[in-house]
Design a protein around this ligand. Sequence first.
Ligand code: HEC
Length: 161
Amino acid sequence: MKRVAAVVVLSGLALTVLLAAEKPKPAKPPAEDILMRAKLASSQKVLEGLVEKNFAHIQKGGEELVKVGEANEWVAHEDPSYEHFRREFRRQARKLAAFGEQQNVEGASYAYLALITTCVECHSHCRDVLRIAAEPPNLKAVPIPTTEGRLSDEDRRPVRR
Ligand code: HEC
């Protein structure tokens, strides 16, 4: 009986391995997606540093965010508001790194709040304003329609134009 069980388990394992090998590899995410995920990871590192009063984490996370903000893949926009958020993001990230280095937890907390505000504001702008304003042929400021049904999760993603 034991042997039967072992055979069942082993063949199950072999099947799992085979199936895993069969799966097509996911396409390599574009550089911009990696950058966006990096923003999230680095800002979490800063938060961890703030709650644990770990200045090395705050400084490191801030420096990483500065690098993300300066990356060419995150191309500058024609849109002035987008450019403003991008510049503000870099400014707050530099402040975070500096406050981390100076071991100033209050200053770093304040810069962190300002930074997170730019994340949310830029995302709202990209999702709700740029998308609508860019829709041809009405290339003018238009109010966001309130009659529209709920947006799907896909539509809720911020869109770069
Ligand atoms: C200047 C504008 C701007 C700022 C500031 C910004 N983002 Fe983004 N973010 C975008 C845009 C545009 C996209 C969509 C990029 C794409 O997929 O083409 C995006 C996408 C993302 C994604 C991927 C979302 C998904 O559904 O895959 C994450 C995660 C993210 N941002 C996190 C952050 C965090 C965290 C911050 C702040 C620390 C931040 N972003 C600040 C513009 C911004």
